[in-house]
Ligand binder design. Sequence first.
Ligand code: HEC
Length: 105
Amino acid sequence: MKRLLLPLAALALAGCAGDPIPEVTPSMAKRTDVDPAKLAHGRELYIENCNRCHERVLPGSIDPEYWRGIIPHMARNAQLTSAEQADVLNYLIAAHLEVYHIEDD
Ligand code: HEC
């Protein structure tokens, strides 16, 4: 029974947080001060490239500082240009903040 409970708890949490790979919204653009078209491009790149070698790591599952650290390495893995890398990173941070409804200061 214990084995079942943990995944169920994870599912319930994901359910509360809404879409784990949220579409770009004006509030995401505002939070990060990044052009929504660039965020949308980052989302596409993330969907296309970031589950090729391993299970997809969702934007909300690790915090923005960790994303900043790992994305340069993963962008090289995915052979993204530096502009594409910036779009993916900005999307992941925007989506992370959106998933957790973190308010602006
Ligand atoms: C060519 C294969 C490849 C691609 C493409 C790739 N990764 Fe990875 N990823 C790896 C490997 C291998 C590791 C584990 C070891 C390491 O750090 O290299 C990893 C580790 C990670 C980790 C760390 C997981 C942990 O437990 O610390 C994250 C987060 C991650 N990848 C996200 C991404 C994202 C986001 C993308 C898309 C931009 C991506 N990866 C694309 C191969 C890839």
